[in-house]
Design a protein around this ligand. Structure first.
Ligand code: DQA
Length: 168
């Protein structure tokens, strides 16, 4: 075997690039744990983020979470994700129903996104039934409490896997 071929055979198989996930939480989600527990459950945001980080790490993914009560800060986070992140999981909170800016940001960065909600939007007040961001997301998961985020992470990782497979 030539020296060059021997070296190629010895070369370690390249590690797969970890999928990078950004989780965004909108206004009032920092109050989880004590906010309307009958609707949102008793799990705190810190517990949700820790569980998401644990699940991501088990799957070889890199995950960062960010919460803001400010629309512009969420828009900045979405814009800042371009080129740095493969997929976004977003619970826009009340901005779901009002924010053209968040919708436009998702469209602008052209990153795949999964919309998640703890509560079932369709079983609540009429004004919660409309999501302005839904059409800019691959899909929506709503009504499973904290589990909505974990299902959202599964969906997000499946999207990255599928896109990578399509590119090879
Ligand atoms: C929510 C639903 C929204 O209507 C509400 O304004 C929230 C939380 C949810 O996760 O169920 O803040 O996004």
């Amino acid at each position: 075997m030539s020296r060059r071929r021997a070296r190629a055979a010895d070369a370690p198989t390249p590690r797969p690039i970890p999928p990078r996930v950004l989780v965004l939480h909108g206004p009032n989600l920092n109050l989880l744990g004590t906010r309307d527990p009958l609707i949102y459950g008793t799990t705190t945001l810190a517990e949700i983020d820790a569980e998401l980080a644990r699940r991501a790490s088990d799957r070889g993914a890199a995950l960062e979470s960010f919460q803001s009560n400010h629309e512009g800060a969420l828009v900045d986070a979405i814009q800042g994700a371009r080129g740095r992140v493969d997929v976004i999981v977003i619970n826009p909170g009340a901005y779901t129903h009002t924010s053209i800016a968040i919708r436009d940001a998702l469209e602008g960065v052209a990153l795949p996104a999964v919309e998640v909600h703890l509560s079932n939007l369709h079983a609540r007040e009429e004004f919660r039934r409309e999501s302005l961001v839904a059409a800019r997301c691959v899909g929506q998961i709503s009504g499973f409490g904290a589990q909505s985020y974990y299902l959202g992470l599964d969906a997000a990782l499946a999207i990255v896997e599928r896109r990578r497979a399509e590119r090879t």
